[in-house]
Design a protein around this ligand. Structure first.
Ligand SMILES: [Zn+2]
Ligand SMILES: [Zn+2]
Length: 284
């Protein structure tokens, strides 16, 4: 059984459409794939409709949250939410709020660039970005306009948190997100909790509180985690009775990581599905 529980599509910042994702997952020899776009379930229906026979589909999302960093200051944290009920009103309202934040923030960044004379059209960027508008969309617009040679350069020079055009967005407090996902019948898994190349790290002392609030698990095997990171997280999962996952965090052509680059142990997957009461895994 090959299980990959973290992927992105064109519903957020991946390059495969949801239909292409499920077809590529089957072609890559996966038995189970989860669709986990940023702050949106917009790709679910297309993935469901295109799911090839024999591939199980886990409907999920990767939520933008804010936790407490190792230095005590707020830090951006990603939380995977699996098999929750999309109609749960509290959680649906929060996703709606996050989408609004994404659009406003991207518009503010693009407008500041245009005001400074960079060849960026805020309306065009927003129109092409779709429901999960994010900095990668602005990065690609900057590449296409010839401002920077690559998406990486766009982030390094213009879009990073310490860059000249960065605008904050009000993400969900991590403990609230854990509670909301549980209330919607879903299972929450902390995404790439030790990926330090992405910025400052979450204070792992938070894990004890989150576990008490209903956190389901920790993503351990992730392309951005070193062997040592994985050991630290695995020990924590053991200490607090959390399930463990492994996933590629596939983004199609936006990153070089292949589907199934990291995978989840079937016994852990069974634990995850056993706890979810929101929507079922789509199988057979
Ligand atoms: Zn992430
Ligand atoms: Zn991701």
């Amino acid at each position: 059984m090959r299980i990959d529980l973290h992927t992105h599509t064109t519903a957020s910042d991946g390059t495969d459409t949801p239909a292409e994702l499920v077809r590529n997952a089957a072609a890559a020899g996966l038995d189970v794939v989860a669709i986990t776009d940023h702050d949106t379930t917009a790709g679910w229906a297309e993935a469901e409709a295109a799911r090839p026979a024999g591939l199980s589909l886990v409907r999920g999302m990767e939520m933008s949250c804010v936790g407490r960093g190792v230095d005590g200051w707020p830090v951006s944290v990603h939380l995977l939410a699996y098999l929750f009920d999309p109609a749960d009103t509290g959680f649906a309202a929060e996703r709606e709020r996050l989408r609004g934040e994404r659009v406003q923030r991207l518009r503010a960044m693009a407008e500041q660039m245009a005001a400074d004379g960079l060849p960026v059209d805020p309306d065009a960027v927003l129109a092409s970005a779709g429901p999960a508008a994010g900095r990668p969309h602005l990065a690609r617009a900057l590449v296409e306009a010839g401002v920077v040679p690559s998406v990486e350069a766009a982030f390094a020079q213009l879009l990073a948190a310490n860059g000249p055009y960065y605008v904050e967005k009000a993400d969900t407090p991590l403990h609230r997100a854990v509670e909301m996902i549980a209330a919607a019948g879903g299972v929450s898994v902390l995404a790439h909790g030790r990926a330090r190349a992405r910025g400052r790290l979450l204070d792992l002392a938070e894990i004890a509180d989150l576990a008490a609030l209903g956190l389901g698990g920790l993503e351990i095997d992730h392309p951005d985690h070193s062997t040592q990171d994985r050991t630290v997280l695995r020990d924590l999962a053991g200490e607090y009775g959390l399930l463990t996952t492994g996933s590629s965090d596939y983004h199609g052509a936006n990153k070089t990581i292949a589907l199934g680059a990291c995978t989840t142990d079937p016994a852990q997957f069974e634990k995850l599905t056993g706890r979810a009461t929101g929507v079922p895994v789509l199988a057979s």
